[in-house]
Design a protein around this ligand. Sequence first.
Ligand code: UDX
Length: 450
Amino acid sequence: MEKSGAERRRGVVLVPYPFQGHITPMLQLASILHSKGFSIFIAHTQFNSPNPSSHPDFTFLPLSDHLTAADTSFYNLLNAHSIMNKNCKAPFEKYMGEMQEHVACIIYDSIMNFVDVVANHLNIPTIVLRTNTAAYMHSHFAVFQLLEQNLIPLPESQLEEAVPKAYPLRYKDLPLSASIEIPEVVLDFIRSYMDIRSSSAVIWNTIDMVDHEPLQKLQHHWQVPFFTIGPFHKIVPPELPTSLMEEDNSCLSWLDKQAPDSVIYVSLGSLAIINEKELTEMASGLAQSKQPFLWVLRPSLLNGSKEATEYLREDFQNKTREQGLIVKWAPQKKVLAHRAVGGFLTHCGWNSTLESICEGVPLICRPCFSDQNVNARYVTYVWRVGLELENVSERSIERAINTLMVGEEGKKLRQRAIHMKKEIEHSINSGGSSYESLNCLVDFINSLSG
Ligand code: UDX
């Protein structure tokens, strides 16, 4: 039987940027839209491909990216970005040409800018997904303003000062280092990242209450509807698989044996790289704190050819066998929801930050790059649910862990984190801001398919 026009166009194509912190929210959004009755198509690079067998309800459209392993190393990401955008356009255009009758819209990570060219050519509406906060996106305007005023590079001595008209940020919180010359290729990337092109709307994995003012400020720049519907991971089924690496679930039974709120969970996300000195300082700080710890040492964490677990001397592992557990990749959302976990030493990637505050777990912030400094500033100074690590030394790590896990200050941070968790829960329940905005998004996509 011939389908009606409305039925034919219930397809939504989603195009993630192929790194863990971006793939996760895109798959979560796909699951949310599937639960609202849309057919889901995931157009993805072959590099870091999601596993189709974990998502039998979705149709996967692989795109030949011709990326080599060297192209995707951490230090080569800008290059990977331009190779992907060059090579993925033709296969994507072929798929969309064949499917366009069935597609209501394409939702894409704005780093994948080839999508806009194809969608315009075929006259398919697009929506941009922002996987980080509006506060972070807005902070780029402050950087461009400083550049226009010829104030970058700033002297190191000024980095602790507040940036005028960019409350609550200090110069050192800006997403690009203000104390060095910013290369033109980086600025080009940021300009492209900041551009929503011909998109009809923007979807945010954030919550109006935590990101209210920056969202309002950004509406002046991007005059299309905003759908602020986060936190995605609290709307989808908790077992939705999104990890590119295998999760080591053995840590959950280890956590079962620990006292409530006693364990400090340590992870620097999927991309950050540290050197051997920092690894050694972290190890000593954890051991000295005497607190139980669960530490994620992913194979690519260390700058060099060795894996972090290989590098850590056996005597550390023997000495702390009773105190802590090391894994290569944890089921992080389950870990943060475990009653034994009382704190999170994190790089403040947006997914990790959101996952922690949604469980009422206070944080110790050790930001590394991009949005992480902005997130850390909000955690410590605006929401006041975490501590800033002064530097990565044994002493400061030990002190921060003890302040958070056993001190009075830690108790207050935990109380505020629990309060924030409750407010976020309210936002996704009937009548809450994210709940209402999601209903509006569904209506909006339906209106595009008409
Ligand atoms: C990157 C950037 O670093 C980050 O700043 C940006 O906001 C998104 O892209 P990433 O380093 O991957 O992110 O950090 P984050 O955003 O925190 O995402 C990591 C994801 O991996 C989280 O969803 C976390 O739950 C998951 N994870 C991490 C695991 O499942 N297991 C682990 O052991 C560690």
